[in-house]
Each structure stands twice: as C-alpha cells, then as structure tokens.
Design a protein around this ligand. Structure first.
Ligand SMILES: Cc1cc2nc3c(=O)[nH]c(=O)nc-3n(C[C@H](O)[C@H](O)[C@H](O)COP(=O)(O)OP(=O)(O)OC[C@H]3O[C@@H](n4cnc5c(N)ncnc54)[C@H](O)[C@@H]3O)c2cc1C
Length: 368
C-alpha cells in the first residue's frame, strides 16, 4: 500500500520552494520533501545572496533568460512580501588595460541579453564611488542587488502553505519507479514509506543527478554526471567603507573573488573555485595567500589580519575543469519521455536570482 499525492517536489532549497509555490498557486496539491531537518540548509544558504543583472550568460540560454526575468520578478516579490533586499549596484573593475577587452566582451554579452543598463565608468569615477578600490576602468550595473535568501525561502514556504501545500522535513527520497501515469517514490528516514505522485520535480540541488540515477524507468542517457566546485568566503571584520558590490572580471568556473555586502552591512569576499570529488563543505584555509592577492588586485589597502574564514558553498556543475560554461538543464517529459517528471540539473548561479522564474518555467512544463 502507498499513499498518493498530485505533486511532489524533492528538495526545499530556494528552487524547490519556488517550484512548490508556483505549482500550488496553479492548483496542484503539493508536498515538498526535504531530507534535512530544516529548509534551505545547502546551496541556498551558502551563496553570495546577490540578485544578478543577467550579464554574463550565453544569449538565449536558460541562465540568461531566467536570470533576466527572474531578477525583475524577485525585486517585485521582495517588495510586495517584505523580503529584505537592496538594489546596491555593482562595479566590475579592471585593474589594467589588459582587461579592457574582457570588459568590452561583458558589455556586449549584457546587451545581447537585453541588459542595457550597464554603464562605462573611468578609474576616477570608480574612485568616487568606492575610494578604496583601484581600477583603470569599470562597468557599473545599477540593477544588481542583494537579498536575504532565508527570508525569501520563508516567504515561499508561506505561499506554498497558503495554497494548501506543505514542506515535510527529514524526508529523504531514496529511489523511485516511473510507472505509466505516476511515479512511486521511496522515502527513507525514521519513518520510511512509499508515496505515489502524478508529477515529481527533482530539485535536489547537488544531489539531483545521483538521485535521478535511482529513478527506474528514466534512461541514464538523461542523467548527467555530477561535478562539484567549492567556493570559500572570508568575512572582513570591523567597519569598512564599501557601498557597492565589487567584482573583478570573471574567471573560469565562477565570477571571481568579489566583495559582497550582506543586509546587515557586513563585507565578505569570495568565492574562489576549487574542484572537489565529493560535496563536503570543509573550509580549507590553505590558499589564504592567493585569496589576499586576488582581493588586493582591486583593494590594495586590504588589511589581511581582518579577514576571517566564514563559510563554503558548492556549485552543482555539469562539466569538470576546462568543460566550459554549462546551461541549466530543466528537463520535462518532452526531453526524457517520463510522464510527470521534471529534473533540474546544474542549478548553480544565478539560481537564486532566477528561482521564481524557474518555478514558473517548471509549472508550465507540467501544465495539464
Ligand atoms: C558559492 C556559490 C555562490 C552563489 N551565489 C549566487 C548569487 O549570488 N546569486 C545567485 O542568483 N545564485 C547564486 N548561487 C546559486 C544559488 O545559490 C543556487 O542556484 C540555488 O541556491 C540552488 O537552489 P536549489 O534549491 O536548487 O538547491 P539547494 O539549495 O541545494 O536545495 C536542494 C535541497 O534538496 C535537498 N535534497 C537533496 N537530496 C534530497 C533527497 N534525496 N530527498 C529530499 N531532499 C533532498 C537538500 O537537502 C537541499 O535542501 C551561488 C551558488 C554557490 C555555490
């Protein structure tokens, strides 16, 4: 015997919660199953909390489209639901002329992505905006901001509940059988059970590919290999002069070690990019010197004794080192042939910014 439900979302990160809220608002009976004892305990609470403008991504990609539409949806949502956020603006800075071409390419990519508000700023204008930052040239993105990701997730959980949905904690999904008109889920934990769902959204983040391997009836051809790239953050203790986010030009696998501010006004730097084989969050301080050097390339006055290890986050990658930028993979029945199933793979940055747009996209894929 097994219970049945209309729709199950696996994973209560920001993306799973946004999918759950969108599906519940569209009239589905939704359960969000979360293996941990609280919502948002993985990537959704281990990131830069930046609302990205949608600059860097390949034009036409899901990342580009969902970031741009998600950004506006997110600002509106935060405003209407009282989620703390700030449209601080961001500087992308080049310390020397050698990186001018990279900035030109970034501006062109932004325009190709319909992000038309990037402004060129000279070194002296950078100094006016951020006196401690040294740059030869820069770009200013006025629509970049920050958001309290936990408050956002609580608001989404509230929306889900308002529409009759529910998050079930300590409910790890350990396997599934894809049947003709439903998916039979096996749930482990202290109270193992089976649950039959007409539709299932696999939003398990770092674990989405390994979980999808356990779906009998889903061809392995539609399950990517999981790769992981960890990033470390250092907190700057004490007061600081910064009022904007400050980014170097991007590096492979990430956006470069940048300065972000949180809503409490605290400054932090990160994340770097290191490839790992298992998703473990251990903080490795061994590259502190490289970290300091990267920051000092644009903030030479950094007092490194004020930098302290803070936290790590892990990017769910779809290719390893040298594999290039990969798009989000959001795959419904039209791609893999399993009725009622949507897999979300590689939801790295800008997944937080795009979360509401991803929720709507998934709801549309499952529309009856
Ligand atoms: C270092 C870093 C910095 C980033 N910075 C930004 C940024 O500034 N702006 C931005 O827009 N994006 C950023 N991102 C990306 C953003 O954080 C993610 O795209 C987003 O949080 C992904 O949310 P998620 O819900 O898919 O995954 P997660 O938050 O990882 O949620 C997945 C959930 O699934 C649960 N789960 C896993 N397996 C199972 C199972 N078998 N059964 C039940 N539950 C399960 C997990 O416990 C987890 O709660 C960053 C990412 C990283 C790593």
């Amino acid at each position: 015997m097994s219970d049945s439900v209309d729709c199950v979302v696996i994973g209560a990160g920001v993306v799973g919660l946004a999918c759950g809220a969108a599906l519940a608002a569209a009239g589905h009976e939704v359960l969000v199953l979360e293996k941990a004892g609280l919502i948002g305990s993985e990537t959704s609470s281990r990131n830069s909390e930046v609302i990205h403008a949608g600059i860097y991504y390949r034009p036409g990609s899901l990342k580009a489209r969902l970031c741009r539409s998600g950004k506006e949806r997110l600002y509106d949502y935060c405003h209407s639901r009282g989620v703390p956020h700030q449209r601080l603006g961001k500087l992308i800075v080049a310390p020397d002329d050698a990186q001018r071409e990279r900035l030109v390419a970034i501006k062109a990519a932004a325009l190709a992505n319909d992000v038309s508000d990037l402004e060129w700023i000279s070194g002296s204008e950078v100094a006016q905006l951020e006196p401690e930052i040294i740059a030869k040239l820069g770009l200013f993105s006025p629509s970049t901001g920050i958001v309290d990701s936990h408050a956002l997730m609580l608001a989404l959980e509230g929306d889900l509940a308002t529409c009759g949905g529910m998050v079930v904690l300590n409910a790890p999904v350990i396997g599934a059988v894809c049947e003709k008109d439903a998916i039979l889920l096996s749930i482990g934990g202290e109270d193992p059970m089976q649950l039959r769902a007409r539709t299932v959204v696999n939003a398990a983040g770092l674990y989405a590919p390994t979980l999808a391997q356990e779906f009998k009836g889903l061809s392995s051809a539609h399950v990517p290999e999981a790769h992981y790239a960890i990033g470390h953050y250092y907190r700057l203790s004490g007061s600081h002069p910064f009022r904007h986010l400050v980014y170097p030009v991007p590096e492979e696998g990430g956006l470069g070690i940048h300065l972000t501010l949180d809503l409490g006004g605290q400054a932090k730097f990160g994340p770097d990019v290191r490839w790992i084989t298992q998703p473990l969050y251990d903080f490795d301080d061994a590259r502190f010197a490289q970290f300091v050097a990267a920051i000092q390339s644009y903030y030479p006055g950094l007092d490194s004794s004020r930098l302290h290890p803070d936290y790590t986050g892990i990017r769910p990658k779809l290719a390893g080192p040298g594999g290039g930028e990969q798009d989000f993979r959001i795959e419904g029945p039209a791609v893999h042939g399993v009725p009622g199933l949507v897999n979300l793979f590689g939801i790295e940055s800008p997944g937080l910014t795009a979360s509401l747009a991803i929720g709507e996209f998934v709801e549309a894929l499952l529309r009856r």
